[in-house]
Design a protein around this ligand. Structure first.
Ligand code: AMP
Ligand code: GLY
Length: 432
């Protein structure tokens, strides 16, 4: 059996681990929480700081791993991938320098500008308080304030959503500037957001089904931003409220970014994940990330109809096929989180029963304990996912199976519901 190192212990890594085991890999896991699913599936594991390179390298060497894969973005923001390659272990994740496409929003915008790639958003990075206030005074449009580096999805503030007046935006921008020495201001774009993930060996690109992530904590897309409360995919691998050409155009943008990075001598090998926005007449790039999304990565890995290990080896070796197969079913995933998640979480214990439906499955995230009794942390706990002929049916199936979990938790019932899907179609001006 092929031995593989997997770093990370969330729901996304549980899905990666399961797909690796389906490929008959023997998984050696490094994670900071005692995720009961990863612990059960892996051959060996270490519970530890996921950025302690010396210890990880020692574990990888002693275990004789032949390939490594990194899940979480904070780990990609360290030289672990480079160090694994230096010690002779191939990695199907981007180097520290290539991961800058995610870890520096300034670099990402600059790549789009330098190579005239479609979908850029007017933006500026500022390092001076006086310039910042005069820039915002002259802007005359809605804007978004972003820290330049990683924020775990939580540091971005959008006018109209998180602050109302330019003065409130300026005050937050000054806070970021004081803390980080720089702040990114972007024009505010309106439209329907979606996620496109793709495998790439730095040259060839194999796209995955489009997904949509629900970031806001509460139903009706209200409340604070979170890491993601759930996600949907559709059987045709696009989404009902996206225009016909949108998926191909998003894939095209991603191909251009990957080509541009190669030309600049910054080869990107691994999984790239773009957040895009379909506006009234356009397509815009909100963010580019250097990894599987969480939860969207779980949706797509759940329906992967191909050998993950083969794909990951071909990424590391630079001979990826450009077509990867996925089942043609819709998926809906809903995260179960502690009550108060996003502001003041109250983690407790959950008893996990049988979902009672072969089309429903449960992935384990930031929890410890056993498969049938988990201790929650302040983060996302369990991901319940269903496959069905339609998004609405899959959403219903998840709701039906929620009764197999007992304990205090919260989840968004509206993800994939008929009402929400109908509203999105109306908003996009698409009638069915
Ligand atoms: P990010 O962490 O950059 O993905 O941003 C978090 C969320 O903020 C995104 O998912 C969008 O909903 C929103 N957002 C980010 N940039 C913009 C923008 N330029 N215009 C409108 N909304 C944005
Ligand atoms: N789904 C949001 C993220 O993975 O960043």
């Amino acid at each position: 059996m092929t031995r593989v190192l997997l770093v990370g212990g969330g729901g996304r890594e549980d899905a990666i681990c399961r797909a690796m085991v389906r490929s008959e890999a023997s998984v050696y896991a490094v994670l900071k929480n005692e995720n009961p699913s990863i612990l059960r599936l892996s051959t060996d594991h270490r519970i530890m700081d996921e950025t302690d390179h010396e210890k990880i390298l020692k574990f990888a060497r002693e275990s004789g791993v032949e390939l490594a894969f990194i899940g979480p973005d904070p780990v990609l923001n360290t030289p672990l991938v480079d160090r694994l390659w230096q010690s002779g272990i191939p990695v199907a994740s981007p180097s520290l320098s290539a991961a800058r496409i995610e870890t520096s929003k300034e670099y990402m915008r600059a790549v789009l500008t330098r190579h005239s790639i479609e979908g850029n958003i007017p933006s500026r990075t500022l390092t001076d308080a006086a310039e910042l206030s005069s820039y915002l005074r002259d802007l005359g449009t809605g804007f978004v304030v972003k820290p330049v580096g990683l924020t775990g999805g939580k540091g971005v503030r959008v006018m109209g959503d998180h602050f109302r007046t330019p003065a409130e935006g300026l005050s937050y921008a000054n806070e970021v500037l004081d803390r980080d020495g720089r702040v990114l201001i972007e024009e505010k774009i309106q439209g329907e957001e979606f996620s496109l993930q793709a495998f790439t060996d730095g040259e060839r690109v194999a796209p995955m089904p489009i997904a949509q992530d629900y970031k806001r904590a509460f139903e009706g897309d209200t409340g604070p931003n979170t890491g993601g409360m759930g996600a949907i995919t559709d059987g045709d691998h696009s989404l009902p409220f996206l225009r016909d050409d949108v998926r191909d155009r998003a894939v095209g943008i991603m191909q251009q970014i990957i080509r541009a990075m190669k030309e600049e001598g910054n080869l990107f090998r691994g999984v790239m994940y773009g957040q895009f926005m379909q506006t009234a007449k356009d397509l815009r790039v909100i963010e580019i990330n250097a990894r599987f999304a969480d939860p969207e990565g779980i949706n797509v890995l759940h329906i992967l109809d191909d050998d993950l290990l083969d794909i990951l080896f071909s990424i590391a070796e630079g001979n990826l096929r450009t077509y990867v197969n996925f089942h043609g079913k819709s998926t809906v995933l809903k995260y179960l989180v502690p009550v108060g998640y996003g502001s003041n979480p109250e983690p407790g214990v959950l008893e996990v029963g049988d979902p009672g439906n072969p089309d429903v499955d449960i992935y384990y995230a930031a929890v410890s304990g056993t498969l049938s009794r988990v201790r929650m942390s302040s983060s996302r706990s369990l991901a319940m996912i269903a496959t069905a002929q339609s998004i609405e049916e899959a959403s219903h199936a998840v709701e039906e199976s929620m009764k197999c979990i007992s304990g205090r938790f919260y989840h968004r019932r509206d993800i994939g519901s008929p009402e929400l899907m109908k509203r999105k179609l109306e908003l996009a001006g698409i009638r069915q």
